[in-house]
Design a protein around this ligand. Structure first.
Ligand code: PBG
Length: 328
């Protein structure tokens, strides 16, 4: 043995030694569980590409939050599936809308659970885009950034009034964090923080989510407002802009193909940072596990550890319940 002082194996020899020098910990307290709550549903409705995740009625969502709390998971991220959709996405800012009703019911039953309201129009528009459309020339439609800001601000107020603890805009319109902050402040909701989806990439990994939420765009794609997966410096720039506009917390999404972006955004902003381990990342693991190719527990815990090691303070993940059980 020529270089005995470099023998790292000495510190890996036992579980106790490995634990002593471990750099990254994950715990249920770092996890956020996303939930799909559907209007007018009276049962659990499985989502085919996401085994173990269901569309829920409000009553089932309340029940599920009880299970999450018992597992030590502190927060949920709510997505709403409305009864009907229209061109503007008016279900988003309806005070009796699905996210507003679910938020009230969850906060009443479980006041200590943090309810994060996802804020976007794509689940509520009949065309599936994240904002309202404008005809730029001869029937060629584009998402109207500034007209959308006003609708997002209205939605944020409605969600915060319903009791949401955090507002999480996922639409990627320019200037939306500032517009939402201003609207919340003017409404006296100065203490409601904003978790901005600051670096959200135009990703193929959202496929199962769009099936779950029925939010696949009816034409075109989201590349006009979501980010190019090739751009890391731009992700840092976008994140800093959101900080300037008043974001309290930032997010990188998806997580696993963007670990370098998580690290850069964390280092260059110093802000509390969430990473979203999205539906396609979940579906991949589930499919490989079902085929017998991967060990689920080891795979999931390794992936979540990697996301934390990259610099995420919290992880939004559909694996949250299983992970919390394994970590107990
Ligand atoms: C809405 C939104 C999406 C996701 C979260 N919020 C889909 C999209 O942008 O198309 C995806 C989450 C996931 O895949 O788990 N804008």
């Amino acid at each position: 043995m020529p270089f005995p002082q470099t023998r790292m194996r000495r510190l890996r020899a036992t579980r106790a030694l490995r634990g002593l020098i471990r750099e990254t910990e994950i715990s249920a307290a770092d996890l956020i569980y996303p939930m799909f709550v559907a209007h007018g549903l009276d049962r659990r409705e499985p989502i085919e590409a996401m085994p173990g995740v269901d569309r829920l009625s409000i009553a089932h969502a309340v029940e599920e939050v009880g299970e999450l709390a018992a597992l030590g998971i502190p927060a949920v991220l709510l997505f709403g599936i409305p009864a009907s959709k229209d061109a503007e996405g008016s279900g988003a800012w309806d005070d009796e809308g699905i996210v507003q009703l679910a938020t009230r019911a969850i906060k009443e039953a479980h006041p200590d659970t943090i309810v994060i309201a996802d804020l976007c129009l794509c689940e509520y528009t009949d065309h599936g885009h994240c904002g309202v459309l404008r005809d730029v020339s001869d029937g060629q439609l584009t998402v109207d950034n500034d007209a959308t800001l006003e609708l997002l601000a209205r939605t944020a107020i409605s969600q915060a009034r319903a009791g949401a603890d955090l507002i999480a805009p996922s639409d990627m319109m320019d200037g939306r964090v500032g517009a939402i902050r201003q609207a919340l402040d003017e409404d006296g909701l100065t203490d409601t923080p904003i978790l901005s989806y600051s670096a959200k990439f135009a990703s193929a990994f959202y496929g199962p989510f769009r099936e779950a939420a029925g939010s696949t765009p009816s034409f075109g794609d989201r590349r006009g407002y979501q980010m190019d997966p090739a751009n890391g410096a731009e992700a840092v720039r976008e994140s800093k802009l959101d900080v300037d506009e008043g974001a309290d917390m930032l997010m990188v999404k998806p997580a696993l193909p963007y670990l370098d972006v998580i690290r850069r955004v964390k280092d260059e902003t110093g802000m509390p940072l969430a990473a979203y381990n999205v539906s396609g990342e979940y579906a991949m693991v589930k499919a490989a596990v079902a085929a017998g190719y991967l060990d689920e527990r080891a795979t999931v815990l390794e992936a979540l550890t990697g996301i934390r090691r990259a610099g995420a303070d919290v992880i939004i993940t559909y694996h949250a319940k299983d992970a919390a059980r394994w970590l107990q």
